[in-house]
Design a protein. Sequence first.
Length: 123
Amino acid sequence: MNLNIKKAIKSRPALLALARWFNARIKGTWKLDPSIWIGKIVGPASAQIVQVGSNDGKTGDPLHRLLRRRHRWKALFVEPVPYLFERLKGNYKDPERFAFENALINDGSAASFTGWTPQPVSS
């Protein structure tokens, strides 16, 4: 019986989404998602955000969903890795809302930037 219920839910995308939403609320995992708290603190009003170390602007990014939905929010993205910077610009194409800086930020002391590969490995 339990297996049939799971199969029926999985075969209906809307029902599956509702079941996942409900399950997340019961388990409390929604409390761990920073985008929920950021959205509640700032609200739908205008906001200006600076994100240092933006990666591609999507992967594991707690702001991505909020920036897509909140059209009055603006952001400055800072990402030092060239290929990630190019992906970042591709993920946020509205020049009125989004600005980009391909730079490395530190405390002003001399430092070398290592630990990244110039291009992702292709398979």
